[in-house]
Write a protein that binds this ligand. Structure first.
Ligand SMILES: [Zn+2]
Length: 200
């Protein structure tokens, strides 16, 4: 019989692991205590390892972002020139919405999990003569320009923003109107515009 130095229990010799460095060639702790020590060590190490991996990832991510930023700073003029040529200096106005815009809306709908039940032809036809459905403003479309350049003012709106893109729930409006309408219902938005107009 032998006493465990950890739990102080008295056990048979077979309840201790062998340790040839000890006088009695047995571990000082019983098998239960010894197993627990090993598993505790593993758990602690696993956490340490995980946090090291996380830390290293965060560090490299920062380096990567810093590199990207510096690269952008160096090539800023090139980027800007390319952007101008694509947009402001080359608006290329068109009469019907182009495929890039259709694809952009379709992708956006997919990302936001919104139903999208329009084909390209229906999408193009829905543009009509390009008048804003809410303000009557004449809309502008460009071949490649994004709305951010201010050249393209046409924007596709979902009348009821709780529903997806489908015939009956879409209308073409000025991008500024689309932004201010946001998630409001059509009635609320029109009411708000009336209040703004009558107050001024
Ligand atoms: Zn023990």
């Amino acid at each position: 019989m032998k006493q465990c130095t950890k739990c102080l229990g008295i056990f048979q010799e077979s309840d201790f692991y062998r340790d040839n460095s000890k006088k009695d060639r047995l571990n000082r702790e019983c098998k239960t205590c010894s197993n627990k020590r090993t598993s505790d060590w593993n758990n602690r190490n696993r956490e340490r390892k995980r946090s090291l991996v996380k830390k290293s990832y965060a560090k490299h991510r920062e380096d990567h972002l810093r590199y990207k930023k510096e690269y952008y700073k160096l090539h800023k003029d090139d980027y800007y020139k390319e952007w101008r040529e694509k947009t402001i200096n080359n608006p290329e106005f068109v009469d019907v919405p182009q495929e890039w815009y259709f694809k952009a809306i379709k992708n956006g709908a997919k990302k936001r999990n919104l139903p999208f039940r329009l084909d390209f032809k229906t999408f193009q036809q829905s543009y009509g003569d390009g008048t804003c459905a809410l303000s009557g403003r004449k809309l502008k479309l460009t071949k490649t320009g994004q709305q951010a350049t201010g050249n393209q003012t046409a924007s596709l709106d979902r009348i009821d923003s709780s529903m997806g893109y489908e015939l009956g729930n879409i209308q073409w409006v000025d991008v500024k109107i689309n932004c201010s309408k946001s998630a409001s219902t059509q009635e609320d938005f029109i009411q708000m515009c009336k209040e703004v107009a009558s107050h001024n």
